[in-house]
Design a protein around this ligand. Structure first.
Ligand code: CA
Length: 226
C-alpha cells in the first residue's frame, strides 16, 4: 500500500511537520501546502490519492477548499479541526469531507484513519443492483430509484442507503451505522445519523410513497415495508 501520495494543507508548521514525518515514515509520498490556494494548485497539477485538510486556514478556509476539491474529483478528504462541535462536523461532511480528526490527535490515530480511508476508497467489488420493495440502488453509478423516479444521493447518503439495502429487515444499531458508514465512533451525543436518515427519507419517501426507513426507538433504524 506504500507509495500513495498524500497532500497536507495546513498552515501550522508544527502540525504539518508532525503529520508529514509520520506519513513519510509509513512509506507515503507527501506534499505540504501552507494555504488553500497553494493546496488547490498542487492538487490540480499533481492529483493526490488523499488530502489531509485543516479547517482553519488563512485566506481560503478549509471548508471552501474542501468544496472545490470535491467539485474537481473523488479524492478522499480528511479534515483536521480544533472545533469539537458536531454542527461543524456535519457542515464539513456536507461539503464533501470523508472523515474528521479533532486536534490534538496522536500519530497512531491519524495513521489508522488514513488506512481506513484508503480501504474505503478502493473499489472491492463489481457493480450490483440492490433491490428492496420499489427501491433500487446501482452500486456502480451510485444512483437510486424509487420506482421509476431517479434519486440523486451525496456520498454519505449513498453509503447509508447501501448499508440499509444490504441488510434489509435487520435493525441496525447506531454503533453499527457509525462504524460502517463513518468508519469510527462519532461519540454518543452525535445526531449525525438522525440528520442523514432525515436527508434520505426526504429523498426516498416523497409525496404518497410509503415509509421504508423506520426508527427503532432507542436502538437504531431498520429498512422494511410498512
Ligand atoms: Ca490552521
Amino acid at each position: 500500500m506504500a507509495g500513495e501520495r498524500i497532500l497536507i494543507i495546513e498552515d501550522e508548521a508544527r502540525i504539518a511537520q508532525f503529520v508529514e514525518r509520520g506519513l513519510i515514515y509509513e512509506g507515503y509520498r507527501v506534499n505540504v501546502a501552507r494555504d488553500g490556494q497553494t493546496g488547490l494548485a498542487i492538487a490540480r497539477d499533481n492529483p493526490p490519492d488523499l488530502v489531509i485538510l485543516d479547517w482553519m486556514l488563512p485566506g481560503l478556509d478549509g471548508l471552501e477548499v474542501c468544496k472545490r476539491l470535491r467539485a474537481a474529483g473523488d479524492v478522499p478528504i480528511m479534515m483536521l479541526t480544533a472545533k469539537d462541535d458536531i454542527k461543524d462536523r456535519v457542515i464539513g461532511l456536507d461539503a464533501g469531507a470523508d472523515d474528521y480528526l479533532v486536534k490534538p490527535f496522536s500519530i497512531d490515530e491519524l495513521m489508522a484513519r488514513v488506512r481506513s480511508l484508503f480501504r474505503r476508497s478502493t473499489p472491492t467489488s463489481r457493480p450490483e443492483i440492490l433491490r428492496f420493495a420499489d427501491l433500487t440502488l446501482d452500486t456502480g453509478t451510485h444512483r437510486a430509484y424509487r420506482g421509476e423516479r431517479a434519486i440523486d444521493l451525496t456520498a454519505k447518503e449513498y453509503e447509508l442507503l447501501e448499508l440499509f439495502m444490504r441488510n434489509p429487515r435487520q435493525v441496525l444499531t447506531r454503533d453499527v451505522i457509525f462504524d460502517r458508514v463513518w468508519g469510527y465512533d462519532f461519540g454518543g451525543e452525535s445526531n449525525i445519523i438522525e440528520v442523514y436518515v432525515r436527508y434520505l427519507r426526504q429523498k426516498t419517501e416523497q409525496d404518497e410513497e410509503s415509509r421504508l426507513i423506520h426508527t427503532v426507538r432507542g436502538v437504531g433504524y431498520v429498512l422494511r415495508e410498512e
